[in-house]
Write a protein that binds this ligand. Structure first.
Ligand code: UD1
Ligand code: CA
Length: 446
C-alpha cells in the first residue's frame, strides 16, 4: 500500500512484566512480540514501516529483523509522545498512518486491512480498532454519543465509575490521516492520571475540530490482547499455539493433542504427517509429507524429508532425508546431513557429519566431523575421537564398511570402502579399502 505508513510502538519498559528484558522482546510461539507485530505490518507492504524504540533500544534493534526503520524515543513520555517521534521521518509522507502497539502479537494483517478499508470508505480522520470484552480492566474505554459516534477514549485510570463499566475497549490499533495526526499530537498535554502524552487523546481532539472518528469493532477479542503481564503472555502463547495448530490441522496434518504440541509460526509441515504430543517444532523447520514425529521430540531450524520417522529425539540445524529413521533418544546437532534411508538409532549423537544413503548408526555412538558413505554399518558404541583437546579432526568412512562394536576411530582417519573393523579396536591409522583391522583382545589372567 503506497499511501500507508505503519508505526509500531516498542519503547516502553514493560514494568508490569517484572523483567530485565524489554517487554516487547518477550517471546510468543518462538518469536518476540514486536517481531510478530512488525511482520504483520510488513504484510501490508507499507511505504514506511517504523518502529519506535527507547528502553534498551540497542537490544530491541539487534533482535528485530525485517525491512524496518527504527526511531528513538529518548524518554518514554507516553504513547502520544512515542508517535510524535516519527514526525520527522514521515515529513514527506501524506496518507494513512497506522499505529500498532508492540505488545499485541496476535493481531492479523487481515484485520488491519479491514480497518484501513473502513477508514478510507468512511473518509474518517481516524479509525480505531475496538472490541467488546467481558473484563475491560486495564484498557482504554470507547466513549460514544447517543448516535453511536465515537467521541473519545478514556484511559482506565482517568475513567469515571460509569465510564469504567463500558466494555468496548481501545485495542491500541488505530489509523489516522497523517496531517491531522501531527496537528492533533501537537495539542496533547499531560493533564491526566499518568502524567503522560496519551495517543488516546487524539480522537477527542479531532472530534472537537469537527472531524469524524470511526471505529471497527471486531468480535475476535483474542486477536487484540495487549500483553502487560506474564499472565497475559501465557494466555497469548496458548492462543497463538492453538491458531498455528489449527492451520496445520486444516492443511492435512494430524496433531494428536494440539494443547500439548508446540509449533512455531514459520514451521512448514507436509500432508499426512502425524505429530505426537510434546513435540516442539521450532524456527525455520520444514517437515515433509507422511512423516511421523513421535512424542517428546524437539526439532529446531531443520529440514525433514518425506516418510521420515522420528522418535523422542532432538534435532537442531540438521537435514534428514526421505524414509530415514531417527531415535529414540538421538541427538542431531548443527551441520548434520542424513541422506535417505539412514538410520540413527537410540542414544546416538551426530554432529556436523554427513551420512549417505542406507547407512545405519543404530546404537550408542558419537559421530562428529565425519563423512560416511552408503550402506555402511556403524556398530554399537562406536566413537569418532575427533578432538585432541585443541583441534577437531575429520573421519572419512567409505561405502559398505562394517565398523565393529565399540570401535574408537581416532581422527584424522580414513577408512576405505568395504573395510571391516573387529570389535573394540582403537583405530589410529587409515584403513585401506577391503582391509580388516582387529584390536586389543582380552587375555585370560595368569
Ligand atoms: C494502551 C492504551 C489503551 C489501550 C491499550 C491496548 C494509551 C495511553 N493507552 O494502554 O487505551 O486500551 O494500550 O493494549 O495509549 N510505548 C512507547 N513509548 C511510551 C509508552 C508506551 O513506545 O512512551 C509503547 C509500549 O512499549 C507498548 C505500547 O506503547 O508496546 C503500549 O504501551 P502500554 O504502556 O502497554 O499501554 P497500556 O497501558 O496497555
Ligand atoms: Ca499494553
Amino acid at each position: 500500500m503506497a499511501n500507508l505508513a505503519t508505526i509500531t510502538l516498542a519503547a516502553g519498559k514493560g514494568t508490569r512484566m517484572k523483567s530485565s528484558l524489554p517487554k516487547v522482546l518477550h517471546q510468543v510461539a518462538g518469536n518476540s512480540m514486536v517481531q510478530h507485530v512488525v511482520d504483520t505490518a510488513s504484510r501490508l507492504e507499507p511505504l514506511h514501516n517504523l518502529v519506535i524504540v527507547g528502553y534498551k533500544a540497542e537490544q530491541v534493534k539487534a533482535e528485530t529483523g525485517g525491512e524496518i526503520q527504527f526511531v528513538k524515543q529518548e524518554q518514554q513520555l507516553g504513547t502520544g509522545h512515542a508517535v510524535m517521534q516519527a514526525k520527522d521521518d514521515l515529513a514527506d509522507f501524506a496518507g494513512v498512518v497506522l499505529v500498532l502497539y508492540g505488545d499485541t502479537p496476535l493481531l492479523t494483517s487481515e484485520t488491519l486491512q479491514q480497518l484501513i478499508k473502513k477508514h478510507k470508505t468512511e473518509e474518517a480522520a481516524a479509525t480505531i480498532l475496538t472490541t467488546k470484552v467481558d473484563d475491560p480492566t486495564g484498557y482504554g474505554r470507547i466513549i460514544r454519543d447517543q448516535s453511536d459516534y465515537v467521541t473519545k477514549i478514556v484511559e482506565e485510570k482517568d475513567a469515571t465509575v460509569e465510564e469504567a463499566k463500558i466494555n468496548e475497549i481501545n485495542t491500541g490499533i488505530c489509523c489516522f490521516e497523517s496531517e491531522l495526526l501531527w496537528d492533533a499530537l501537537a495539542k496533547l498535554d499531560t493533564d491526566n492520571a499518568q502524567g503522560e502524552y496519551y495517543l488516546t487523546d487524539v480522537p477527542e481532539i479531532l472530534v472537537a475540530q469537527g472531524y469524524s472518528v470511526g471505529a471497527l469493532s471486531i468480535s475476535d477479542t483474542q486477536q487484540t490482547i495487549g500483553v502487560n503481564t506474564r499472565k497475559h503472555l501465557a494466555e497469548a502463547e496458548q492462543i497463538l499455539r492453538q491458531r498455528i495448530c489449527n492451520y496445520h490441522l486444516e492443511n492435512g496434518v494430524t496433531i494428536i493433542d494440539p494443547a500439548n504440541t508446540y509449533i512455531g509460526d514459520e514451521v512448514k509441515i507436509g500432508q499426512d504427517s502425524i505429530i505426537y504430543p510434546f513435540a516442539f517444532l521450532e524456527g525455520k523447520t520444514e517437515v515433509g509429507s507422511e512423516v511421523v514425529i513421535g512424542p517428546q521430540t524437539r526439532i529446531n531450524d531443520s529440514i525433514i524429508g518425506n516418510q521420515v520417522e522420528i522418535n523422542s529425539s532432538t534435532i537442531i540445524g540438521s537435514q534428514v532425508g526421505d524414509r530415514s529413521k531417527v531415535g529414540p533418544y538421538a541427538y542431531l546437532r548443527p551441520g548434520t546431513k542424513l541422506a535417505s534411508e539412514v538410520k540413527v538409532g537410540d542414544f546416538v549423537e551426530v554432529k556436523k557429519s554427513e551420512i549417505a544413503k542406507g547407512t545405519k548408526v543404530p546404537h550408542l555412538s558419537y559421530i562428529g566431523d565425519a563423512l560416511i558413505g552408503q550402506n555402511t554399518n556403524i556398530g554399537a558404541g562406536t566413537i569418532t575421537a575427533n578432538y585432541d583437546g585443541q583441534q577437531k579432526y575429520r573421519t572419512v568412512i567409505g561405502d559398505d564398511v562394517f565398523i565393529g562394536s565399540d570401535s574408537t576411530l581416532v581422527a584424522p582417519l580414513r577408512i576405505g570402502d568395504r573395510a571391516i573393523t573387529g570389535a573394540g579396536p582403537v583405530v589410529t591409522k587409515d584403513v585401506e579399502a577391503d582391509d580388516l583391522v582387529l584390536g586389543v583382545p582380552a587375555e585370560p589372567k595368569e
